[in-house]
Design a protein around this ligand. Structure first.
Ligand SMILES: [Mg+2]
Length: 230
């Protein structure tokens, strides 16, 4: 059974305990001098560049102004994130290490990947800090590839084809995530969606968005495996 299995990071593979949000907030203060209405803003499912746009544009910034600061912002963000993850341990969410081991060890042409709003280096930092091994994910599509999440599934599929020579389409592409944005981002490609209520959304909330499969967490290894492979 060939599968391209694409995991979201925050709230799906791991909980960073707010380290990412704190690192973004500090970086925005350093580079733009303000954070917009960050206190009531839910970052879940949004890409890093989308977060910065959605906070600064309502505060009066033009997209050009936002864009002009982004290189400096990511430099500051990654420096801050390194400090934040060193301060508080990041742990994988229930069932995740065993699921990754099983997928990696399967004899099928199963390709492990990431589909996340994190910029790539932020993704690397978080995944490695949780002990999950960033390099085991053979393909990735990141917030640094595009600021809109629905652009990312096609990026991941193209990279998988370039890397493995295998084309994945429709339900062979599996997107696993914790927000409505994870569920909807690959709808135009007809992907398979697995939602896990380990982030900021409850299972009842996620159910309203019609994922193919829904779990309270990823700890029921056999059930999650079937959801991916059936
Ligand atoms: Mg997430």
């Amino acid at each position: 059974m060939k599968r391209l299995v694409l995991f979201d990071i925050d709230g799906t593979l791991l909980s960073a305990g707010g380290a990412g949000a704190r690192a973004v907030r500090r970086a925005m203060l350093e580079v733009y001098g303000q954070t917009g209405s960050i206190a009531g803003y839910n970052m879940g499912g949004r890409t890093d560049p989308q977060i910065v746009r959605e906070l600064l544009v309502p505060a009066g910034y033009s997209l050009d102004d936002v864009e002009a600061g982004l290189d400096a912002l990511w430099t500051a963000y990654l420096r801050n994130l390194r400090e934040e993850v060193a301060r508080a341990p990041i742990r994988p969410l229930p069932g995740v290490p065993a699921l990754l081991d099983r997928l990696e060890g399967s004899g099928d042409p199963t390709v492990l990947g990431l589909l996340t709003g994190n910029v790539k280096e932020g993704a690397r930092l978080k995944v490695n800090a949780a002990g999950l091994g960033f390099d085991r994910f053979r393909v990735g599509a990141y917030g640094s590839d595009h600021w809109q999440r629905p652009e990312l599934p096609a990026v991941a599929a193209r990279r998988a084809r370039e890397k493995t020579g295998i084309g994945f389409q429709g339900k062979e592409i599996v997107i696993i995530g914790d927000t409505p944005f994870d569920i909807s981002c690959g709808a135009h490609l007809g992907v398979r969606t697995i939602a896990t209520a380990t982030g900021t959304h409850t299972a009842a909330d996620l159910a309203q968005h019609g994922p193919d499969y829904l779990f309270d967490d990823l700890s029921d290894l056999d059930a999650v495996w079937r959801a991916i492979m059936e």
